[in-house]
Design a protein around this ligand. Structure first.
Ligand code: NAD
Ligand code: IPM
Ligand code: MN
Length: 343
């Protein structure tokens, strides 16, 4: 049966980078059927809709989703991010938010003296809980007594499933090392649950070496000693922040890929660049589509097209190695070059 892909270009540079992702996908695996969904700021302004139930049901019927980015300066913050992106991550139970960080040969890192190989880790970010659940509220809004709360939800089952997934990923890698990142010296309730679960699940993986870091120290070590990381598991918000740092040290946000994965395959997984809609450069044809193309590689891997996934990653690596330092990126040219390397 042929692969059925749902495509959400979204806002800003989203549709621009997704077009290049699809170009490469079509070149490496011809015959994938794609359905484009018009979601994001344009639809919101035209109809008031963010994600109608009927569209969510249709998306659920696909093998996977490729998403560009959502968020627009003309829409109040959170409307599209929560109403579309997070709604899909929650509805499709994307509890593994997989965010690899690798410094490819030829790519310059802002860190002094790091070589390819020094940065090669993957962050397994929990995707369905934590501070993202939308618990909390506002009292006495607009008054001097206003109080706003956001509560972090951490369930034993939610923590356990993502921690187990991260151990399994670590066990399958040559270095077999897993680092838990939290803040259990302050966030003692959730931190204790994470640390205890991490230790208990670890008994199933005696070959995996473990480490624990508080998130502030981990942020420092991402910059000063990125070599110490192999697989990192952490909660939703820490993972969000750490993966922008991971992107920055490995050549920039234009190269950082992600997969919102439901390992049970009960719902389609969703692949997207780590970056946002970049309104500051939208419409100029200068966004780097590499993050989206690498997200296509993760998508292919997830669907079992291992060879095609490797071909795309290798083509990206070759393209990055051949790029002239300092020459600005042209979105469509990057897509053309990488597509021609895989066909
Ligand atoms: P952003 O990632 O959109 O942009 C941050 C900076 O990185 C900008 O200077 C931008 O030009 C640059 N950048 C991003 N992607 C790039 C690319 N492919 N090539 C070259 N440069 C690139 O983050 P932001 O400015 O904080 O957010 C903008 C909007 O995007 C907001 O509405 C935010 O909510 C949304 N957002 C969405 C997602 C998502 O859909 N997954 C992720 C992050 C932010
Ligand atoms: C990301 C983004 C999202 C997140 C926002 C847009 C909801 O920053 O995918 O990293 O915080 O997860
Ligand atoms: Mn983010």
């Amino acid at each position: 049966m042929s692969t059925n892909l749902a495509v959400i270009g979204g806002d800003g540079i989203g549709p621009e980078v997704v077009a290049e992702g699809l170009k490469v996908l079509g070149a490496v695996l011809p015959g994938v059927s794609t359905t484009e969904y018009d979601l994001g700021a344009r639809r919101y302004h035209a109809t008031g809709e963010v994600l109608p139930d009927s569209v969510q049901d249709e998306l659920a019927g696909h093998d996977a989703i490729l998403l560009g980015a959502v968020g627009d300066p003309g829409v109040p913050p959170g409307v599209l991010e929560r109403g579309l992106l997070l709604k899909l991550r929650f509805a499709f139970d994307h509890f593994v938010n997989l965010r690899p960080a690798r410094l490819y040969p030829g790519v310059s890192s802002p860190l002094n003296g790091v070589k390819p190989g020094d940065i090669d880790f993957v962050v397994v970010r929990e995707g369905t809980e934590g501070l993202y659940v939308g618990a909390g509220g506002v009292l006495a809004k607009g008054t001097p007594r206003e109080v706003a709360t956001e509560e972090s939800l951490n369930s034993r089952s939610g923590v356990e499933r993502v921690v187990r997934d991260a151990y399994a990923r670590a066990a399958a890698r040559p270095r077999r090392k897993l680092t838990l990142v939290h803040k259990n010296n302050v966030l003692v309730n959730a931190g204790n649950l994470w640390a205890r679960t991490f230790a208990e699940v670890g008994k199933e993986f005696p070959d995996v070496a473990t480490d624990y870091l508080h998130v502030d120290a981990a942020s420092m070590f991402f910059i000063t000693q990125p070599q110490r990381f192999d697989v990192v598991v952490t909660d939703n918000l820490f993972g969000d922040i750490l993966t922008d740092i991971a992107a920055a040290i490995s050549g920039g946000i234009g190269l950082a890929a992600s997969g919102n994965i439901n390992p049970t395959k009960a719902f389609p997984s969703m692949f997207e660049p780590v970056h946002g809609s970049a309104p500051d450069i939208a419409g100029q044809g200068i966004a780097d589509p590499t993050a989206t193309i690498l997200s296509v590689s993760l998508l292919l891997q997830h669907l079992g097209h291992t060879e095609a996934a490797t071909q795309v990653e290798n083509a990206v690596a070759d393209d990055l190695a051949a790029r002239e330092p300092g020459v600005p990126v042209r979105t469509a040219e990057v897509g053309d070059r990488i597509a021609s390397r895989v066909s």
